[in-house]
Design a protein around this ligand. Structure first.
Ligand code: GTP
Ligand code: MG
Length: 616
């Protein structure tokens, strides 16, 4: 049978974090911002090809793969050289890092060529793709589950989407009770025969959530080092290629609604969906960008006359934002397929419309006129791209904080993920030598195109990665994690403010419990909501984790082939429920050996896993 469609099956395309992070630790991220990089790459590739030819590709270990004992010395050496070459090549690849702007442009374009289809689970994948490919080549597709099975299908050309929509039926039942708004969210109707279970969808579905904490703890316990645990956690938590595509597609679907009033507008994701620190299941922060509307008119022959639009005036920019969000929010509520639970929170400092997008399972926050937040997103993305240890550490600290209830998805007096991320960045700036530069340094490196002042705030920083020279810090993830807890266990929160602009603590300008200077709106404190008990819990947990890391039983790797794989150790042990439930228990904790609590928790985990094994 000849299939007209060409399909590239979506696979997990993220580079292995373990490989990248191991490279960072051992080779100090190979400072390859040097001249003659092209010839170095050629040379490395030649060495790599030579090794492949002379050892055979099967004999060559992938980076991170352990060597077998019975291998000859020469093969081992070849493998090591190969791994080093691979690491260097990866480091060189890093220099081709894309700016967030480039990533977003590419993703937005992909999203415009994509449709979201709810499919009956008994759908035959081949038949489905063949049916869709009547409208043109399919470039990419994947299935996922969220209240049923859905397919994201990306066509090679946008005309195919138009053709597909033209050939799509309006539901045949009770027309009058349906809002006749057509979008790229579709439903597949299967009128044919039922396919055999083997051919049906469901098994290929990509997971869009993180593993439960107990599962994660078990997974980490099997690793052989704390560094591996940190990278494994990052791999389990970070957004996948598919999840990232889905986020842009949801923005694109909502852009179609906003376009009814503002055809030049675009809805873009910001925050953790795109800054590199997003965890599967994180909310989708969106920004209605109306800047396209204020752009210059097309070049016309010179004349004394010109025309301008008559536009309604409002009292303030905030009032304009509120009215736009109010109307778009209403449209989302009344007409948006799959959008439920719409709340207009227009009197907040940053007005927003909150809703759930059921087909994707995303909790969405739509804002407008929020350009400073876009800049913070860009800055966090840049820091995350500079050194792989940044992301690993942020993921680990965020996961640790969530496991101990320091952060929460409910607004309150908690420390937010954004604040925590800034705390990690500050800590990395304070290393000796620093792992990442200060924001002031990034501002000094900025070129003319990087200049940005938003509402009187200087948001300028360099966007060209190659201008940023990093220092040679070789600390491992394990060292950094321990030091992070030590650092904040003893930080002078009562007097000092955290400041990533300067990379140095500053005297606190106000009485807030926790003062973290907003990187761009420098007179603001991003953590002003945090109360005394939340800060004390954070400090107490840092002390506890720091203490736990000093205990030999926490530190002894239990993973690996011969180890007792169900016993949490290292990072897994510090994710276990803590005794620090309130501030009072902090004093008690000091006298109580954590080993007792670990032992009992480990016992319960062990017995759980033994019971599971018996069942299977
Ligand atoms: P999670 O949603 O918790 O995964 O992280 P997030 O980084 O997306 O945080 P959140 O959804 O709370 O906020 C979205 C973005 O808004 C952040 O990434 C920041 O860019 C920005 N933001 C959040 N809180 C603040 C704040 O207090 N001050 C400023 N200036 N920006 C903030
Ligand atoms: Mg968010």
């Amino acid at each position: 049978m000849s299939c007209q469609w060409s399909v590239i099956r979506a696979t997990r395309m993220r580079p292995s974090v373990s490989c990248v992070a191991a490279m960072a630790s051992s080779l100090a991220v190979c400072r390859l911002h040097m001249r003659g990089r092209g010839s170095l790459v050629k040379c490395l590739r030649r060495v790599d090809t030579f090794l492949h030819r002379h050892t055979g590709s099967n004999a060559v270990a992938a980076p991170g793969e352990t060597l077998r004992k019975d291998e000859s010395g020469i093969t081992c050496i070849k493998k090591c050289i190969h791994s080093i070459v691979e690491y260097f090549l990866l480091a060189v690849e890093k220099d081709r890092r894309k700016s967030l702007y480039a990533v977003q442009t590419e993703r937005q374009e992909q999203a415009r060529r994509s449709v979201l289809i709810s499919c009956p689970a008994r759908t035959n994948e081949k038949k489905f793709l063949k049916y869709l490919s009547r409208h043109g080549d399919i470039k990419n597709y994947f299935f996922y589950e969220s209240y049923g099975v859905y397919a994201v299908v990306e066509f090679a050309n946008q005309e195919s989407v138009a053709s597909l929509l033209e050939g799509t039926d309006v539901p045949s039942i009770s027309h009058e009770s349906m809002v006749p708004f057509k979008s790229r969210l579709l439903s597949l109707k299967n009128l044919g025969s039922v396919d055999s279970p083997k051919q049906q969808l469901g098994k290929q579905c990509q997971s869009q959530t993180t593993p439960p904490i107990n599962e994660l703890i078990q997974r980490l316990s099997k690793e052989e080092s704390i560094d591996q645990q940190v990278t494994s956690l990052t791999e389990a938590y970070q957004l996948t290629e598919e999840n990232s595509r889905l986020r842009f597609l949801v923005c694109s679907l909502l852009s179609d609604i906003a376009a009814a009033y503002f055809p030049e507008s675009i809805i873009k994701p910001f925050g953790s969906s795109v800054n590199g620190f997003g965890k599967l299941g994180c909310d989708l922060d969106m920004f209605l960008d109306l800047d396209g509307i204020t752009g210059k008119r097309a070049n016309m022959p010179q004349s004394d006359l010109s025309l301008e639009y008559q536009m309604k005036r409002a009292n303030s920019e905030r009032a304009v934002t509120q009215s736009i969000l109010s109307v778009i929010g209403e449209c989302v509520d009344q007409f948006g397929p799959g959008c439920v639970g719409v709340q207009k929170i227009l009197n907040a400092r940053c007005p927003l419309v909150r809703f759930a997008h059921q087909p994707s399972g995303f909790q969405c926050d739509l804002t407008a006129n929020n350009r400073v937040a876009m800049k913070s997103t860009e800055l966090l993305y840049l820091y995350g791209e500079l050194d792989p240890r940044v992301r690993c550490l942020v993921f680990t600290v965020r996961c640790w904080a969530r496991a101990h209830g320091i952060t929460s998805s409910i607004p309150g007096a908690w420390i937010t993920n954004f604040s925590l991320t800034i705390m990690v960045l500050f800590f990395l700036q304070k290393r000796s030598p620093p792992i990442i530069p200060t924001l002031n340094h990034l501002r000094d490196l900025a070129g003319p195109a990087d200049q940005s002042v938003i509402e009187g705030n200087d948001c300028t920083f360099v966007s060209d990665f190659s201008k940023i020279q990093l220092q040679n810090n070789t600390e491992t993830l394990e060292q950094l994690l321990r030091e992070f807890f030590d650092f904040y266990a003893t930080f002078a929160f009562s007097k000092m403010s955290i400041n990533i602009r300067k990379g140095k603590e500053q005297n606190k300008p106000e009485v807030a419990m926790l003062h973290i200077q907003n990187p761009f709106e420098t007179s603001l404190n991003v953590s002003k909501n945090v109360n005394a008990s939340q800060l004390e819990r954070f400090v107490a947990l840092c002390q506890e984790s720091s203490w736990l890391f000093q205990q030999s039983e926490t530190n002894t790797p239990r993973g690996g082939k011969g180890g007792n794989t169900s016993t949490p150790w290292g990072l897994a042990a510090i994710l276990l429920p803590s005794q620090v439930s309130g501030v009072k228990s902090r004093k008690r904790r000091k006298r109580e050996p954590a080993s007792e609590r670990i032992k009992s928790l480990l016992e319960s985990l062990k017995s759980n896993s033994q019971q599971k094994q018996k069942k299977t």
